[in-house]
Structures are given as structure tokens and as C-alpha cells.
Design a protein. Sequence first.
Length: 382
Amino acid sequence: MKDEQVTGVSALQLPPASAPTRIVAPIANAIDDPSVLMEVRSLKKYFPIKEGFVKKVVGYVRAVDDVSFFIREGETLGLVGESGCGKTTTARCILRAHNPTSGKILFRTKAGEVVDVAQFSDGEMRPLRAEMQMVFQDPYASLNPRMTLLDLVGEPLLVVGGMKNHQERQARVAELLQLVGLRQEYMQRYPHAFSGGQRQRIVIARALALNPRFIVADEPVSALDVSVQAQVLNLLLKLQNELNLTYLFVAHDLSVVKHICDRVVVMYVGKIVETAPTHNLFFTPKHPYTAALMSAVPVANPRIRARMTPLEGDVPSPANPPSGCYFHPRCPYAVDKCSTDLPLLEELEPGHFVACHRASELQLVGIGDAKTIEIPGLEVDR
């Protein structure tokens, strides 16, 4: 079933008038740059809260609350944050698995035309599915246990690609399996016959079936063993270099994000609090929440660990977020202004945007040299 569209946005509990939404100039209209593949503008996704026998709407969960970012063609953008911060909902809205409440999702097609995916109907989205695909977190849950690999990987070719010839589909599936490191003899096997890492390779092969340009990877390695994680990450990087793919990499494991992403967007309770090139974010975080996330990353340096303070408290409910900065109840640096005024994304350094009232005066601790974070078996380091 489709998720319910939210109408009457004026009835929602929006930020107060004293803190209007603003998109900083370097982010706005990024799609005008030919190198930008996608731009998300003021994306919102509110889920209604219903009570009573007649299911009266009594409020809304602000899963995604005014999110804006862009992705350049050929790069990997990391989307990170705690569980429940809105990462996956943002990704699903981009692919229209969820219908956005409001906002724009501007995508540059193969023909060079810029379209607003948020306004597309299901029928209009169908031809665009070939250019936008998703790799899910749990490979077993995303594979039909009653279908063979030939049917699973070949289904997009038949449904979207219109490849009705069985021999052609079989040849294409064999090519895709070889591309992701699986043998073509596996085509007649079922998902239960494979390990977790092999099933994730099958999911990647299915995503590549229609030669997409943009892939959303929703925590693609979090359900795998560490050694298998490295293999899948190596595969993703190899495919990106060979096929010129663009990734939106959703994750909560910063050690993985550090090695695979070019830029990182940090989300908290549906909002973006910081975005920067990966190197800058890990060396010099500007938002206290980002610095707190760094404290959870295992680092082989006891001096760095001694300087870090773990994050305390619980994530506030997106149905009833606190006033002002959403992070201020957990922030050790909060002042009175933080509890009343909503901070806006501002550019402190080239390409480094932060939504924090005290970002310019705080000296926060990053993780440091990339060598302090290791993923055994990972061959490529950005």
C-alpha cells in the first residue's frame, strides 16, 4: 500500500516563524552545475499519527524535516546518524518508495533533462527505475526464497527492460553474476543456498541489471561479518570505477564511511546538522553531535580515546522534537540560545556546512589520521 500523503501542511507543527527555513547559497540550485547528478531541496516526509476508532490524525512524525543536499556524478555521498534519524526514509523518498510530503528531488537523466522525481506518478517513475536502483540492508529479506537466481536477477530485465527472450535474459544474468564475483552455474539455485556475502552480491547484481547511473546503498554491509564487509566494499568501489556509478551510501558505521565516501551528510532527528568532505569531517568536526558520533568509532590510539566523551541521553521523538536546536538537551556545549532558536546551515569553511550556534567557537576532537581506523581486507582507501 502507498503511504498516505499529508495534506494541509499548514496544520502541521512546523518550526516557529522566528526561525524560518533557509537554504544557504552554495547548496541552492546545485543542479545548475552539469557535474551534479541529483539535488534534494527542502525534502520533508511526515507520517500521520492516528488514534481512536475513526483513526483521527492527532499529530505527525517528522521522519525527514527539511533536508537539502546534492550528489555529484561519480561520487559517493555518505548519509550517517543514529538509528531513527531519518537516513533510510530520506533514501526511500528519493527512490519514491515513500511519497514525500513536500520538497523537490531533482535528477539529471541520461538525456540530460532535469526532472523533479517528487512530482512523478508511478507510471512516470517506471522508465526512470532503470537509472535509479537500491541495495537493501538485509539481502535475504529482499530476495524471494521461491525464485532462482535466474529469476531474481532477470526479473528487472523482463519487467522494466522488456527483455522477453529467455536466452537473452540468461546470457545477461550470467554476465551480471560474473561481474559481482559469482559463477554462472549458480543461476538455478535458490537464495537459501548462499552465504550472507553471496546473497548481497546477488542483490548488487540485480541492482546493476538495467545499467543504472545512481544506486542507493542502504547499510549494505551492516548485516555481514567484518571480513565479508571488506569484500563487498571492495566490490562496490570496483564497480563504481568500472561503471561510473554514483552512490548514496546510508550507514551508521563511520569506519566504513571514512573509507568509501567522498562527502558525508550527518542527520539528527530528521534534520541535517553537518555536511563536509570526508577528510574534513573526520579531522575537524564542527558540530557536537558529529564529534559524539566519532567517540563511538573504535580507534587504535588510547590518547585519542581518552579525550573523547561518549554521547549520553536518548534521541528525542520526531513526533515531538524539542524547541530550538534538536540536539540541545544532549549537548554539553548548549547555551540559552540553543533551546529557543533553530540553527541554520551555514558554511564555515569551503564545502563545510554546520547547523550550530557555537560552531565557530568550539574546538572539537576528530578521529584523526585515517590510519587509526582499519577495516581488515579493504583494498581501496579514499
